[in-house]
Design a protein. Sequence first.
Length: 565
Amino acid sequence: MRRSAPTLVLTGGQVLTVDRDFTVTEGVAVRGGDIVATGSDAEMRALAGPGTRVVELRGRTVLPGLNDSHLHGAAYGMTKPPFAIDVGHPAVRSIADIAAAVREAAEAARPGEWIIGLGWDPGYLAECLADPRRFPHRHDLDAVSPHHPVCLTDFSSHMVWANSAALRRCGIDAGSTPPPGGVIDRDADQEPTGILREAAQGLLQAALPAPTIAERRRAIRGVVRELHTRGITSYTEPGLGPGGTGTLFGGLATDNWTAYAELVAAGELHARVSVLLLPAPMGGSADDLREGLDELRRPTSADPRRLNAIGVKIFADGVPPNRTAWMNEPYPEGGHGALCVHGDTPALQVEELREMIAVAHRAGFQLGVHVTGDRAIDTVVEAFVAANAAAPRPDARHYVIHGDFIGAGSLAKLAAHGYGVNMNPAIKWTISDLMDEVVGPERSAYQWPVRTAVEAGVRVCASSDAPITEPDWRQGVAAMMLRESKASGRTSGPEQRVPLTEALRAYTATPAWQDFAEDWKGTVEPGKAADLCVLDRPLLDLDPHDITDVQVDLTVFDGTVVHER
């Protein structure tokens, strides 16, 4: 009996299957939600029937649906109006620009209403560039919003800038003690400057008005629509749970799982979302993690191919621009950073982190650990190995999130145990010049050593960490191939460049492995999910500088066209 004809055929193009051999063919056929064939133009045309939609590619490229493997979808949706104002580059270029935006928002706000914004970066503020000693201060915001509390989260989401009204409302003064892993910047008289780093952000963010579940659903739907225009059909929500209650708008809180689950149940989630649960906050403890896991258990959804809780996220240290990444060698101006878990001494913090990792490992979860400094990374990787030695699991697929300064020893251990690393090439592109000042040129050039990791045999995923950067895989691919700075165009660590094949794997096939889904998505092969992305031109042999100009002409999700330019 002859099988029914495909519902969709894309043919006459450059189909990059991203399979094991990186096979390139001319067409792909889809029936329902599945890929049923790939092959030559003649073969694909022969399969088409009277009801088949045939898309003439005319040399254009087909990719597997892109997978942004570390994207805070709910939080990203809530960084946009009406939730927050844009105070990021290029919308603003100075403290004066930010003050003007806050003034405008305050004039339109109801009495006492919070003014909330996101995206500021001292590396692009004119006053900070002109005088390295100049940094945003509460007084800058007091002048334009003396009565409305203001909370502005920086581009990295590891630092907030508040005015005096916000500090008063939250009871933050000269006598306030930050939570574990948090820092409150202070003037010479010990008064807060308005800058709160890492876990101290929660002192403010917990006071912000929380969106409703319905508003969260709308925010997620808006993000998925945007992702379709970018060819993205899968992403990882890296942290939802009680540990995210104090984050901006509760962007990492459990309510977001509820919003996602309701969308799936209603048939309205048109993306494949893998979730890392967040049982404990930054600065938390093993007891926090146990309590959070008891509260969460392992939530389920109506369709695990649309929404699936596969792991647990833990915060190990901070980020290099804040000098809170825990490093072996000191920062140029002194200090090594620190772990951001419970404990009065570094040794106690190490033990607490090891226990947190062991608890999640024993509970059967994949672990994704936020960690950036080389000393902290070594600690996390050693804890992975120790947890597995105590309770062997043959395919846990734990991974290091960010892994900025991961060294050869840790890479070898990850490779030996089948663990991975998730890196952020677009952040490297954004902060490359800044990092020369933060850690020195040599360490800056090494940051995010993609090539070294690949050559060590470690599976490398690439991601945007949106809203930290835009969810633009094109910029990520170009950054991996070029290692150039956004600000100056200067090359930073050219020995870490990788070819197009490796860069594309890091956004397709390898994230499918991270999702425990490589048997049904991530490549263009018969039997895989029909998630596809059509670009407006041939991609092979394109100059890497031109990749960011490529447009997405068509996105197919589960066999259905969800975006067409």
